[in-house]
Design a protein around this ligand. Structure first.
Ligand SMILES: *[C@@H]1O[C@H](CO)[C@@H](O)[C@H](O)[C@H]1NC(C)=O
Ligand SMILES: *[C@@H]1O[C@H](CO)[C@@H](O)[C@H](O)[C@H]1NC(C)=O
Length: 898
């Protein structure tokens, strides 16, 4: 023991003076990995000074004390047991979503997309889990559901998918939901006992999602998306007088409307064509007169299914709707039909000039022939030749490959502009040169992609503007609602709302297919215009409709990760806001988790990552380290609504809506020229910004927060991005997701504020690990590192072109707070030595035991006596450093704690 203690206390001095070793041969394999390993340690540079923070080891360092007050176990969203529910559901397709309203009052009680629980972006398939969670949160039994309205734009649900279990399997096998899942035959999915079940057509559901909640009584609704319902589905139901299905065709029978169809002879064509036809763009008008909402179709363009509908996702990228053509550009550039937002983010780089180090200039080239031109209401010309052939991602660009010939996927679209100043990430000085953040020039592949993105964006804007303008004149309507996936294009939305002279524009925060559930629910409430219908929604729905985390949920999540967290409870909101604002103003990145989650793809403040809009370097930092996405992508500001017109060119439209132009981040505007340099982190390369306006009425807490930042800095906005740090995961839902995401950012998010709790990452406590003198002079014993739970190991070998093998050891610890289900949660160890150490962390060995064990192995000769007497050699120091580095790394990844 005495030896151990001597060893431990000499370590602190020994290690701080160690910089570089020549490695003894038997430890060579360990040392070889250290460079590799340094790169993964941005957040915890190995510098013992960092750990010596003058804390008194004898006192408890963590002020977080879980309250032991009686916990009320009932859900904060619990309803009276007699409550009856109407459900709106988007199911079996992508973006499976549920929306539940009180059948009597019309109040929307709960809405959630399946992706938030399964953690798979745009997850589709059945609704068993969602229905169960909804009833659980509302504390209602399944028989409280009295009516269900739903849509699946692939196939009819009641007579087809759910009528035959084979069809369900087939639907599942379409691959929309990337794999198999349970729950199809579950009662929570089928809801067989509900008598009143019906379906509605796709664009009509989009239309209802906007019309039913927009804050004005008349107007027109423009729906544009990738693909809607098929014509034959609507026609057959109409002819059969199928009362379980409502579409534009049945509405017109009821209300007598005069619809323009494109093609004009769609009824004839659909009888004889080999494939079916699908909704591409639709226009409706609506009217609310106190009690009733009447929606009438005005215009419908259909696009042929040009390829067999059994292709993946219905072959929709071969269709000719505006949304599908745009989506094709997304597939072509990013290999993902659903990355249209990234295409929109690329487009403004068109025309940008980069100076290379050799003082050459590089720039982009936009394809000169339009992809889209003409009139939606007459004939659109579509030329997809610039999107034919192999998509960019599979092309050979020499810059995209590393020395080994492997594609560097992350490099493809990693570039930023010329103005780039180097930023200090606070790394330790012995990190490699290549870790320094310097300007990145676009690869050829990116230049091509920018040209294409800009082409499709330009075309969408000109064709879309012309289309909406035409129907504004034709209908004479003064107010505009937008829905369908194309309404996620905030650049087009901004132009439509500012340039066409509409008095008001309303775009729900979920114009995509998550909004289908809201539209179905609205139809369930108001579609039949009966005297028993509940009162109409009198204002826009709150977007915060997800499950309500309780304080107990938050505490449970914190306790599960307690060894890795420093938690402070700050109940005083003013103090908490000051702390957040000061952190942001000093370049820290803060994650905010409050209350119920937002429905829709954007973080509207309840699941947000906030940063300083004045710091340009943060764009790269957040893209690269926090969100792990490409560096070209811009960030959006949340601005005080009353200050917005001082900073952005909003036109007259701003006055009409009292500056609250964009409560759901649906609109892009230009930052005033003179102010662009002041807020570079939220100003895109073309001077635009996708802003969100925040009012004190809608979001009092955030309004106070931004006001405090304004007071401190003179800038009335913060950079606001959604809280998800794991690649391709949706926004965090539960407190547990939030902590996992926070820890996985490896320190690049400085602070997580969740309810009253201000949470920081706790540095590995090396002094406690080694055992050391506390302030009171007492010696503390070295602590026993312990694994976070049962560990599984596996090894993989990959042969490269020289037929060498590259052995990897992987570990999986499902109980660790950073465990990620994706890929089974396997984590790559640096080497077998790290695995051996992890194996020894069973709570029975101190670090000194480990050191003794491994130094005994390394000494082939010498008696026990001889070893004890032996001097502390360089070899020992190296071994100790290797052990400590690995233990700290294991701690940082929440594999072990002590
Ligand atoms: C919160 O703290 C501020 C000072 O930081 C104080 O003025 C205020 O009264 C406190 N609020 C409450 C509710 O205690
Ligand atoms: C993020 O956007 C939402 C939208 O209303 C806003 O409420 C919130 O203020 C923003 N987050 C912050 C704290 O700025």
């Amino acid at each position: 023991m005495a030896h151990h203690h001597l060893l431990a206390s000499s370590l602190l001095t020994a290690i701080t003076s160690i910089h570089c070793f020549t490695s003894p041969s038997h430890l060579h394999h360990l040392n070889a990995h250290i460079n590799h390993f340094n790169k993964q340690l941005h957040s915890t540079p190995f510098d013992l000074d960092l750990y010596d923070d003058g804390r008194d080891l004898d006192s408890s360092s963590n002020p977080f004390q879980p309250s032991d007050s009686d916990q009320d176990l009932s859900s904060p969203l619990a309803q009276d047991p007699s409550t009856k529910l109407i459900l709106g559901i988007n199911k079996y397709s992508h973006d499976t979503t549920l929306c539940a309203a009180n059948a009597l009052t019309g109040e929307v009680l709960f809405a959630l997309s399946k992706e938030r629980i399964t953690r798979k972006k745009h997850d589709g398939g059945n609704t068993a889990e969602l229905v169960e969670l909804c009833l659980d949160q509302l504390e209602l039994e399944v028989d409280s559901i009295v009516k269900v309205v739903m849509n699946n734009h692939h196939h009819r649900i009641l007579p087809f998918v759910e009528a035959n279990p084979d069809h369900m399997e087939w639907e599942e096998g379409l691959g929309i939901n990337d794999g198999k899942e349970d729950g199809y035959s579950d009662e929570y999915n089928l809801l067989t006992f509900v008598q009143d079940k019906m379906e509605m057509s796709h664009h009509l559901a989009h239309a209802y999602s906007a019309a039913a909640q927009c804050p004005f009584d008349t107007g027109m609704i423009v729906v544009m998306d990738g693909m809607g319902e098929t014509f034959r589905t609507m026609k057959i139901a109409q002819e059969k007088k199928d009362s379980t299905y409502v579409s534009d065709l049945t509405l017109c029978e009821e209300h007598g409307c005069d619809v323009q169809f494109v093609p004009a002879d769609i009824h004839e064509r659909a009888k004889s064509s080999y494939f079916d036809w699908r909704e591409a763009e639709s226009v409706y008008t609506f009217k609310k007169d106190g009690k009733q909402l009447v929606v009438k179709p005005v215009f419908k363009r259909f696009t042929g299914e040009n390829t067999p509908p059994t292709l993946y996702n219905h072959g929709f990228e071969n269709m000719d709707s505006l949304g599908a053509v745009y989506s094709r550009a997304s597939s072509h550039i990013f290999g993902d039909w659903n990355a249209c937002g990234k295409v929109m983010g690329l487009a403004p780089w068109q025309g940008h000039v980069w100076n290379t180090d050799d003082s050459e200039q590089i720039t982009t080239k936009m394809p000169s022939d339009p992809i889209l031109q003409g009139n939606v209401y007459d004939e659109v010309d579509i030329d997809k030749s610039s999107m034919m052939g192999l998509p960019f991602i599979s092309r050979t660009d020499p810059d995209m490959f590393d020395d080994e010939g492997d594609m560097i996927r992350s490099k493809r679209y990693d570039f930023d502009d010329d103005d780039f100043e180097e930023i200090d990430l606070g790394q330790d000085e012995n990190s490699d040169e290549d870790d320094k953040i310097t300007k990145q020039l676009p690869l050829n592949v990116a230049l091509d992609a920018i040209g294409l993105a800009s082409r499709i964006q330009t075309d969408l804007e000109s064709v879309g503007m012309d289309f909406v303008k035409h129907f504004k004149e034709k209908t004479g309507e003064k107010n505009l609602c937008l829905a369908g996936g194309v309404a996620l294009n905030s650049v087009l939305n901004g132009r439509l709302s500012r340039e066409l002279g509409f008095e008001n524009t309303f775009i729900p925060p979920y114009p995509g297919d998550d909004g289908i559930a809201v539209g179905c629910c609205a139809y369930g409430l108001y579609g039949k215009c009966e005297s028993t219908s509940p009162p109409l929604w009198d204002s826009a729905l709150s977007p915060y409709l997800g499950p309500m985390p309780t304080d107990a949920d938050i505490m449970e999540a914190i306790e599960a990760a307690e060894p890795w967290l420093d938690v402070t409870t700050i109940r005083n909101e003013t103090d908490r806001i000051d702390m957040i604002v000061n952190e942001i103003a000093s370049s820290g990145v803060v994650a905010l988790y409050t209350g119920r989650s937002e429905l829709g793809p954007r973080a509207l403040g309840h699941r947000s990552i906030l940063a300083d809009p004045r710091k340009k370097g943060l764009v790269r930092f957040i893209n690269e380290f926090v969100k792990k996405r490409e560096s070209f992508r811009p960030f959006a500001p949340s601005a005080l609504a009353e200050e917005a017109s001082n900073w952005f060119d909003l036109g007259e439209y701003a006055t009409a809506c009292n500056n609250n132009v964009s409560p759901y981040m649906s609109i892009t505007a230009q930052v005033k020229k003179a102010l662009q340099k002041q807020i570079p982190a939220v100003t895109h390369v073309d001077g635009s910004s996708r802003l969100q306006t925040v009012t004190a009425e809608a979001e009092p807490f955030y309004h106070r927060l931004i006001s405090a930042f304004y007071k401190l800095t003179g800038v009335p906005m913060v950079l606001n991005t959604s809280f998800n740090t794991l690649k391709s995961e949706p926004i965090v839902e539960t407190p547990k997701n939030a902590i996992r995401s926070f820890l996985s950012s490896m320190g690049s998010i400085e602070m997580l504020v969740m309810g009253d709790y201000v949470i920081k990452r706790k540095q590995a406590d090396v002094r406690r690990l080694l055992g050391e003198k506390g302030k009171t002079g007492m010696l503390s014993q070295p602590l026993f590192p312990v694994r976070s739970g049962a560990a599984n190991y596996k090894s993989t070998f990959s042969a490269d072109k020289d037929s060498m093998t590259d052995p990897k050891t992987l570990v999986q610890i499902p109980d660790r707070p950073m465990h990620n289900e994706k890929d089974g949660g396997w984590f790559e160890l640096i080497d077998d030595f790290e695995g051996q150490l992890l194996g020894m962390c069973d709570g029975t060995s101190t670090v000194n035991d480990m050191i003794s064990y491994f130094s005994a192995i390394s000494e082939e000769e010498g008696s026990e006596e001889g070893k004890k007497a032996k001097q502390f050699t360089e070899e020992d120091q190296l071994l100790v450093e290797n052990i400590l580095r690995r233990l700290i790394r294991l701690y940082d990844h929440t594999m072990i704690s002590w």
